[in-house]
Design a protein around this ligand. Sequence first.
Ligand code: OOG
Ligand code: NI
Length: 264
Amino acid sequence: MTLDLFFDRLWQQYLAVTPSAQSIHSLLGGGAPIVNDHIAVRSFKFPNSGVEAFAKHLLAMGYEKGGSYHFANKHLDAAHYEHSDPTVPKVFISELQVASLSPQAQDIVQRLTGQVSDELYQRPEVFFSGRPWQLSYSDYQALLAESEYAAWLAAYGYRANHFTVSVNQLAGYDSLQAVNQKLIAAGFTLNSVGGEIKGSPEVLLEQSATMADQTEVVFSDSKHSIPSCFYEFALRYAKPDGELYSGFVEASADKIFSSTDNLS
Ligand code: OOG
Ligand code: NI
């Protein structure tokens, strides 16, 4: 699969549940194309379906492994993959340590993943395959009580949970503050966990994000409107060698995860 097609499929799937992404492009790009810094996908850690299962397709498309990250309080591990072409988005893949959930939540997750054939993970299309299992609203709520990540992933499945504007490659803005102000003035709600700007020039990365849109999800027994996907904004700073830092920052990422929290 070509990288163009890969990201186009991810983008179309993301737009279908994130109408604000199109408005953000018009607002910030004014019609000019936007370069994305990265996208992120979420997964359950099983031998067939964690970070490695997704990563092998990126390696086959010319990506290289970047950093590894750990989020002990959320029971998550993650890694990022990057491409030598700086206009090709990096990919941040996380996996939930299912074994550290309660026995009840583990049962639910196993009932979901048990509906999926291994074959799904053998093709790069898995990245935008959506939700390959049936889910009841009561199981969604049971997961939500323990892990917002588990609930979101159970409801939305495999897709980009956000795209990220590369502010370094965005004309007309020289700070993340300026981007945030524009978004707020246009009525977007930003993730304010730990402050609207996560990170700093010292850690070589500043990030902000909108709170996710809401879409109606069809559960096996009912329909409910729940948080879908969000848009992130990243400004990278140069390392001492002059190259832009290409990694992620655990303390900041930990807060970006909250962009799919329910506001109410
Ligand atoms: C990923 C959150 C981390 C970043 O840029 O630090 C992240 C997620 O919400 O799945 O995207
Ligand atoms: Ni991100």
